[in-house]
Design a protein around this ligand. Structure first.
Ligand code: SF4
Ligand code: SF4
Length: 366
């Protein structure tokens, strides 16, 4: 088995518009297949899938398998904490939603400059350490979306932390905006276990622009998904690579036997990354962290997806315009945006959402 972990951020749904409509027939089949192939690590969070992810862990995993069969990681939503009591209340609720009495890994979710201040203010590091001393949590950590400088500052202040979850993929590795390599090197220097999130960058690395696809096919005999997963798995301090799989085929593809990339393959992926960067208009991963507090509930990632598709396939305008028009009939339009910028505070990719929505609106003419 690879270092693959099963992320419960994106799951098969019966109705794509309803995050709570988890398709349990498909999900249970996927969980069984993953475990059959030797997979053990499952990852969830309080806020994934609009709050439905932890329940999905209980219904598809903890009520169907003995506890020793799986490793479960969950996360405390640091930005939702308003006082010290909130930590305990949320933790107890998480145990109950997941149907377990301990977590193998428990993290502070999504630390950046702002959430780190909240975490220190309300003693969240001390809280998770206490859970570890009580045996309710076996390992502690945090997921991180910020600079290597902040990562180093946190790891100096909190040497007790066991693991760090980082956004690492071959597109972000040398990206000046995400600095994935530098973050990896900091975590490695402090001897932390590294768990990788977004190895396929929300699907971007599964749907390459034609110019990148052409080079990829010349250089590699394996699939785009395998290349992305193998890139992350090849990093020596990485213990787990989370993949948000939503079909059984993705499990088959992602759980192939692991063989590290050669140096040549690594360099070729860096060249392909440069081509992708030059062709991807908006580096949105579709995580939906931006949509929860939008007063107009604008489906930001869906508009960005349509816009990226438009930029990638200029000959297919009519199909893409149809998709855009469908969206505007069901939801507020990009041109309705109030420019309050609430959404931008939550974007791990640091996208200028307001300006990008304006660009999308100008492109489609309304
Ligand atoms: S800036 Fe626009 S998209 Fe963002 S939260 Fe405000 S209204 Fe919604
Ligand atoms: S705009 Fe940012 S927060 Fe919103 S879905 Fe895309 S990457 Fe996530």
């Amino acid at each position: 088995m690879t270092k693959l972990g099963f992320g419960f951020l994106r799951l098969p749904l019966l109705d794509k518009k309803d995050e709570h409509s988890v398709d349990y027939a498909v999900l249970n089949f996927m969980v069984d297949k993953f475990i059959e192939k030797g997979g053990r690590y499952f990852d969830t969070a309080f806020t994934y899938l609009g709050g439905a992810s932890e329940e999905a862990i209980r219904l598809s995993l903890s009520e169907r398998y003995p506890r020793e069969k799986f490793i479960l990681a969950d996360k405390l939503p640091s930005w939702l904490i308003r006082n010290k009591d909130d930590c305990g209340k949320i933790f107890e609720k998480q145990l109950s939603l997941c149907g377990v009495d301990f977590f193998d890994v428990y993290m502070l979710h999504w630390l950046n400059e702002t959430n780190y201040i909240t975490a220190e203010t309300f003693g969240e590091f001390e809280f998770i350490e206490k859970l570890k001393s009580e045996g309710k949590v076996l390992k502690t950590g945090f997921s991180f979306h910020d600079s290597p400088e902040l990562l180093e500052k946190i790891l100096i202040k909190h040497p007790e932390i066991d693991c760090v979850q980082l956004q690492i993929n071959y597109l972000d590795w040398e990206s000046p905006a995400f600095r994935a390599r530098e973050c990896y090197e900091v975590a490695e220097k402090f001897g932390k276990e590294i768990i990788v999130m977004e190895p396929v960058k929300g699907g971007t690395l599964l749907n390459l622009p034609p110019e990148a696809k052409e080079v990829f096919s010349e250089k590699f005999s394996f699939s785009e998904a395998s290349a992305a997963i193998r890139f992350a798995e090849s990093l020596p301090s990485v213990t787990t690579v989370l993949s948000g799989m939503n079909s059984p085929e993705q499990i088959d593809e992602n759980a192939e036997e692991f063989s590290p990339l050669s140096e040549t393959e690594f360099s070729e992926l860096m060249e392909i990354a440069k081509i992708i960067r030059s062709k991807t208009a908006v580096p949105c991963t579709g995580c939906s962290y931006c949509t929860g507090n939008c007063p107009l509930q604008i489906p930001i990632p869906r508009y960005f997806e349509v816009y990226n598709e438009y930029c990638r396939n200029p000959g297919e305008d009519w199909k893409i315009e149809h998709a855009y028009s469908n969206l505007t009939r069901s939801f507020s339009r990009p041109s309705d945006c109030l420019r309050c910028r609430i959404c931008e505070q939550n974007c791990p990719q640091k996208i200028s959402i307001v300006e990008t929505l304006q660009k999308v609106s100008r492109t489609f003419g309304y």
